[in-house]
Design a protein around this ligand. Structure first.
Ligand SMILES: Nc1ncnc2c1ncn2[C@@H]1O[C@H](COP(=O)(O)OP(=O)(O)OP(=O)(O)O)[C@@H](O)[C@H]1O
Ligand code: SF4
Ligand SMILES: [Mg+2]
Length: 366
């Protein structure tokens, strides 16, 4: 059993910076400092395109979402649905060009991250919003010790002395469950196993006590046992540190185990969003249902797994029809002509599908 030990600097005080304070969250609906839990990040109408020789790739098409303090939002969808591009756009981590953030706002602590200058953005990256990249093994530099790589952001963003940074780096390794942390600081990445390297990457992302942690498929390359350990660790860290987490995965089963809410993406859009319980109890979008049907064990042992036929959309045209229409068993004429907006169908449950528009008339041509 992993133990996520919380070092005093995280647990005992809220730290104030020009980017605000970060409060651990209690289970009372308020932060432990008595403030109501609130949105820490809000994204509005985010559109990201790639300019390629073959034309424009419409990778992210008008995405709206928020994440609250202390909650875990899972972003689920098959390969190419826009999960990574959407989240990398938040911190402008994509190469521009060929990428372009065509529109949208990313509001973090009262500022729009799409508009602030690079100097300010660098203060947010790695310090206030931690990012674990899809291929975490390449995030570690093989020529520097693990200790150096954890200490670097501590010295750069938090102004710690070498001695303070080393102490804190050891605390971080301890926090993510690496035995003999003091000794391991002087080791190089190749001296760690895959699972341990993953923990180091998480330690670096947590180093500056971020308000938000974005983790892009961080367990995909790991074996099932290590994956379960990392997920358990994230559950514990979240409780102890109270940060908001955005967890990208193609696996609804993983999301079920850790997420408060799930956002399902398809063709660069959010097609369904609800609490984890609601997504599993009452999925409404045909794509979400298909994803659930492909989960092992969902329909009992004797039922064969179903797979989703057809191919994801190529995204070479602006979305003027439902992105799922070519694969949807319920598609009808309107689906081929208009792209359904994401509409609330119940409190906290949004769906983008003409089958679920509020009045029956709208299911047919407008
Ligand atoms: N550099 C690029 N140039 C052109 N198109 C790109 C580029 N990077 C991503 N895309 C396209 O953007 C779309 C979204 O890609 P993204 O990487 O966000 O998918 P994903 O949901 O993260 O998939 P995966 O599960 O495989 O990681 C895809 O159609 C992809 O081909
Ligand atoms: S809008 Fe039409 S094609 Fe799209 S998911 Fe709904 S029924 Fe299927
Ligand atoms: Mg990805």
């Amino acid at each position: 059993m992993l133990e996520a030990k919380c070092f005093p600097s995280h647990a005992a005080k809220a730290r104030t910076s020009q980017w605000g304070t970060h409060d651990p969250v209690s289970n009372t609906g308020r932060s432990v400092w008595g403030r109501p839990i609130s949105q820490v990040l809000a994204v509005r109408d985010l559109k990201t395109v790639f300019h390629t020789q073959d034309g424009i790739v419409h990778a992210v098409n008008g995405v709206n979402f928020h994440v609250d303090e202390g909650e875990l939002l899972a972003v689920v969808g098959e390969s190419g649905s826009g999960k990574s591009v959407a989240m990398m756009s938040l911190l402008r981590l994509l190469p521009i060009p060929p990428a372009e953030i065509a529109s949208g706002e990313v509001i973090f602590q009262g500022r729009d991250l799409t508009k602030i200058d690079m100097k300010e953005l660098r203060q947010v990256r790695g310090a206030r919003i931690g990012f674990i990249f899809q291929d975490p093994m390449t995030s570690l530099n093989p020529v520097f010790t693990v200790g150096y790589q954890i200490m670097e952001p501590l010295r750069k963003h938090m102004g710690l002395s070498r001695r303070e940074a080393r102490k804190r780096a050891a605390e971080l390794l301890d926090l993510v469950g690496i035995p003999s942390p003091e000794d391991r600081l002087d080791d190089y990445p190749h001296q760690f196993s895959g699972g341990m390297r993953q923990r180091v990457v998480i330690a670096i992302a947590l180093a500056c006590d971020p308000n938000v942690l974005i983790a892009d498929e961080p367990t995909t390359a790991l074996d099932v046992t290590v994956q379960a350990q990392i997920l358990e660790l994230v559950r514990e860290l979240r409780q102890k540190l109270g940060m908001a987490i955005i967890w990208i995965t193609h696996d609804l089963g993983v999301a079920a185990g850790i997420a408060d809410r799930i956002m399902v993406m398809y063709g660069g859009q959010i097609v369904e969003h609800a609490s984890t319980a609601e997504i599993f109890a009452d999925p409404r979008h045909p794509y979400t249902r298909a994803l659930l049907d492909s989960l092992p064990g969902r329909h009992g042992r004797d039922q064969p797994l179903s797979s989703i036929g057809g191919q994801p959309p190529l995204l070479m045209t602006a979305p003027s029809f439902c992105p799922f229409q070519a694969r949807c068993p319920h598609a009808f004429d309107r689906c081929l002509r208009e792209n359904p907006p994401l509409e609330q169908i119940a409190r906290g449950h949004d769906v983008a599908c003409w089958l679920h528009v509020p009045n029956a008339e709208a299911r047919h041509d407008a």
